[in-house]
Design a protein around this ligand. Structure first.
Ligand SMILES: [Fe+2]
Ligand SMILES: [Fe+2]
Length: 191
C-alpha cells in the first residue's frame, strides 16, 4: 500500500477489520464530518476523510488494545505517520497519550464522540433522520447525562476548547457533515 491512502484503499482496509454494520456506519459518519471540516479549515479532504474512516480500525478485533493495534497494522502497511499519529490521538487520555495537535487531530478528537451522540439523537426522532435534526435538540440530549450515557461529554467539551469553537457551532457543523452521508450511515430516515 502507498504511503498516501486512497479512499478506496482506506475503505477496503476498514472492511477487512470491521464487519459490524454499526461500526462501519460510525466510521462513515466520522469520515463525512472530517471531510466537511477539511473544507472549512482548508485541509486535504482525502487525508482527513481517510483518518476519519480508519480511526477505529482495530476496535472490533482488539478492543483491549485500541489504537495500539491500529498503529501496528498501519505501520505494517507502510502508511504514513501523519495518519497513524492522528488515529492514535483520537483516544488521547483514554487509550493513548498522543495529544491532538494539528487541526485535523483536534477535529477528530471532538467529533468522534459527538457523531455518536447525534446518531443516537436522530434515532429518537419520529423521522429517524439527520436531515431535520436541530442543534437545540442535540444540545438537550447533550445535557441529559442519562441519554447515550456512553458518550463522553467531557471529551467533546475538551475538543471545543482545543478548537476554540463553541459547542453549538461544532454541533451545527457536525450535523452538516453527517447530512452529506445520511444515506450511507442509515440516517436518511423517512422524510
Ligand atoms: Fe475509538
Ligand atoms: Fe470512534
Amino acid at each position: 500500500m502507498e504511503k498516501i491512502i486512497t479512499r478506496q484503499c482506506a475503505w477496503e482496509l476498514l472492511k477487512e477489520y470491521t464487519k459490524t454494520p454499526a461500526l462501519r456506519s460510525h466510521a462513515l459518519a466520522v469520515e463525512a464530518v472530517m471531510r466537511y471540516f477539511a473544507g472549512i479549515y482548508g485541509g486535504d479532504e482525502e487525508l482527513w476523510g481517510a483518518v476519519g474512516l480508519l480511526h477505529d480500525l482495530d476496535y472490533e478485533m482488539f478492543p483491549q488494545e485500541h489504537c495500539i493495534k491500529s498503529a501496528r497494522i498501519m505501520e505494517g502497511l507502510g502508511i504514513d505517520s501523519v495518519y497513524i499519529r492522528a488515529v492514535m490521538s483520537h483516544a488521547y487520555g483514554i487509550c493513548t497519550d498522543v495529544r491532538p495537535e494539528s487541526q485535523m487531530e483536534k477535529v477528530l478528537y471532538t467529533v468522534d464522540e459527538l457523531t455518536g451522540l447525534i446518531n443516537a439523537a436522530c434515532l429518537m426522532r419520529p423521522s429517524k433522520s439527520v436531515l431535520d435534526i436541530e442543534v437545540k435538540s442535540v444540545k438537550k440530549k447533550f445535557r441529559d447525562k442519562s441519554f447515550a450515557a456512553g458518550v463522553n461529554r467531557d471529551t467533546i467539551l475538551n475538543g471545543c476548547h482545543m478548537l476554540n469553537m463553541d459547542l453549538d457551532e461544532i454541533i451545527r457543523l457536525t450535523i452538516c457533515g453527517m447530512r452529506e452521508a445520511a444515506e450511507d450511515i442509515g440516517l436518511k430516515g423517512s422524510l
